[in-house]
Design a protein around this ligand. Structure first.
Ligand code: 5CA
Length: 440
């Protein structure tokens, strides 16, 4: 991508409305724009990061056996009347009427919709287990939308829904998502700790929130400090192994960890004082097992091996991609801007032409840009005629992991500079060596 032809509206000034660093940096880097309170556009740079986050989420959902579909944002009120949640949900639900005066709503979550899909076509235990997910916009008329996309009214959610014949089978489905979440957040460069959680309007008894420790987090959390160094389940985790996944769940729930709603002061005080971690946290995922809470009122049942009909046991599993992007920034930035983990960086490499219009600089940059793009790298080429200082500041602000800098003096020697955004380390090398480093 040539910066001269891209759309990346960088802000020079610090936006006054932004209270936390991630919100400030997302606005300054031209990633998002607020359209009305708690409702955002994702501008091209932000959209790239969001897509990469979603790709990792999708990859790990698929690995764990979940199947992607897409359900609508607008839902009919009738479905929610069946489950009894239409009246219970309260003011957070945006209610609308269509031209026939039929009550509709902008979905805050999709338990009812997916249960309706399930009951219309699954009739036998032989079709279980089943886990269906989508990555879709949601709307909750939050009383206090704030911190940019961290807590917005319209936001994106990956929501998965599992269906099983028995409670035991449903627990295995829960454990699959539990392990998939540990892997997902790790690949996003985050350390998320599962904590016992309250179930709120989703309902059920078994529930964990996945929390990232951060000073700007909205909730207060309490846990054993060893969680920070626990091993993440590997790529070859067998998601069909009931014992294997139970062992992962048991290990990750063996020490104290709870959000403030579930906090038990006495149990926490039983943890040796030096091992206690009380901090603020950002909830990036939330999983629930709620048995037959929706399947019973909505009549979602299958024939079991005993020939009888059974209401299915369900769970739901949410991740907030549009919250994860600022959460990653909270965890990874410095005074100059964002430092993206390579896995979600909007571009892999930025090529900085320090003197656009200078033939040797132009030729060198074009050569590098073409070679790296051909090798499948996402390259941003700063070919604008801004001052070098402005270009460096922009490259640091948008946090691309590697900068290749071509200035007249180095280029005259057939060389460029390669800068690592995270460490700031700079290395001068031949043009060929710079290309080979990233092509190999
Ligand atoms: N149906 C269940 C799971 S599929 C559910 O709705 N769970 S939830 O309410 O906990 O939301 C799931 C995730 O969505 C949260 O962990 C959070 O990451 C994200 N999320 C929830 N509300 C917001 C919001 N207002 N802004 C941004 N992300 C949000």
């Amino acid at each position: 991508m040539r910066l001269s032809r891209y759309f990346m509206p960088i802000l020079k000034e610090n936006p006054k409305e932004a209270e936390i660093v991630s919100h400030r940096l997302m606005l300054r880097a031209g990633m998002i724009r607020q359209q009305s309170q708690g409702i955002y556009s994702w501008l091209p740079l932000g959209k790239r990061v969001l897509d990469k986050v979603n790709a990792i989420i999708r990859d790990e959902q698929n690995r764990a056996g979940a199947i992607e579909l897409s359900m609508p944002t607008l839902q009919s009120a009738e479905l929610w009347q069946e489950s009894g949640r239409y009246d219970a949900y309260g003011k957070e639900m945006l209610r609308i009427k269509d031209r026939q005066d039929r009550p509709m709503l902008y979905g805050p979550t999709s338990e009812e919709m997916v249960t309706d899909i399930f009951r219309s076509s699954v009739k036998s235990y032989k079709d279980l287990p089943l886990n269906l997910y989508h990555i879709q916009l949601k709307f909750r008329d939050e009383i206090r939308p704030r911190f940019g996309t961290m807590r917005s009214r319209e936001f994106m959610m990956k929501d998965a829904y599992s269906f099983d014949l028995t409670r035991e089978a449903a627990e295995h489905s829960y454990n699959k998502m539990f392990a998939a979440y540990l892997r997902t957040f790790d690949r996003l460069g985050l350390r998320a700790i599962p904590m016992r959680a309250d179930t709120g309007p989703i309902g059920g008894k078994l529930s964990h929130e996945f929390i990232i420790l951060a000073d700007t987090g909205e909730s207060e959390v309490f846990c054993h400090k060893d969680f920070v160094d626990f091993d993440i389940p590997g790529e070859h985790t067998d998601f069909d192994s009931v014992e294997g996944l139970q062992a992962i769940f048991d290990k990750w729930t063996s020490l104290y960890a709870a959000t403030s709603e579930m906090h038990d002061e006495a149990a926490f005080n039983a943890v040796p004082e030096g091992d206690r971690l009380s901090a603020r946290g950002i909830e990036v995922g939330h999983i629930f097992y709620f048995g037959t809470k929706y399947s019973e009122p909505m009549g979602a049942k299958v024939q079991g091996p005993d020939g009888k009909e059974h209401f299915v046991h369900m769970g739901s599993y949410g991740i907030g991609p549009t919250r994860l992007v600022p959460a990653i920034i909270e965890a990874s930035h410095d005074d100059n801007g964002i430092i993206w983990p390579a896995s979600v960086a909007p571009f892999d490499i930025v090529v900085i032409n320090m003197k656009a219009g200078d033939q040797a600089c132009d030729d060198t940059c074009e050569l590098i840009y073409a070679a790296l793009s051909k090798a499948g790298k996402d390259v941003l080429y700063d070919d604008t005629d801004d001052r070098a200082g402005t270009k460096f500041a922009t490259a640091d602000l948008i946090g691309v992991p590697v900068q290749i800098i071509a200035g007249p003096r180095a280029v005259a020697n057939g060389e460029v500079e390669v800068k690592d955004r995270k460490t700031g380390a700079r290395e001068t090398m031949t043009i060929e060596a710079a290309i080979n480093r990233f092509v190999a």
